[in-house]
Design a protein around this ligand. Sequence first.
Ligand code: IMP
Ligand code: MG
Length: 188
Amino acid sequence: MQVVTKGYKMSTVTVKDKEFELFIQSQQIASAVSTMAAQMNLELKNSKPLFLAVLNGSFLFAADLLRNIKVECEISFVKLASYQGMATTGNVNQLIGMNEDVKGRTVVILEDIVDTGTTLEKLFVDLESKQVASIKVAALLFKPEAYTGNRKIDYVGIEVPNNFLVGYGLDYDGQGRNLEHIYTLIKK
Ligand code: IMP
Ligand code: MG
């Protein structure tokens, strides 16, 4: 990965074979995260929330958010896995890593980005079957133009257009997650 400095700030990066330009600076990310945390600290004061961060993309967001959460809480991490089903069952999506007893808990899903909402819907269905008390969603980034779901996103950091982004946890083909700023694909 190569960072090209244009003028005084890092404005473009090459991740694998594609070029991206600076879109959201780390200071703006930090400010969005702290605003989300402040709202949660007020609203989730008495609910002992279980934060459920969706890997891989949300690892930085979850870490930075949780540093700002001051209410009694727990955090766990999940990964969605698709398996080829047996016989007629087709593909099964399974949550890897959710070992906690979530029954009766307030669960706050932490997503790096909500795009179409497909991932979120799968999580909702799974959590509802486990009889949680309530489900809230916190997404650092939200693409309203791409969203086809009907679940409420309770906490949104930054609304973004329907362009491909990398950095701060978001990847392009496994790379770019370590970038401190968020970059958008340069269309050619
Ligand atoms: P959804 O299921 O369509 O809402 O997509 C959710 C997942 O797709 C996110 O958790 C990301 O891992 C990935 N994703 C969506 N948009 C982007 C993007 O712009 N860059 C990188 N990954 C993305
Ligand atoms: Mg993700």
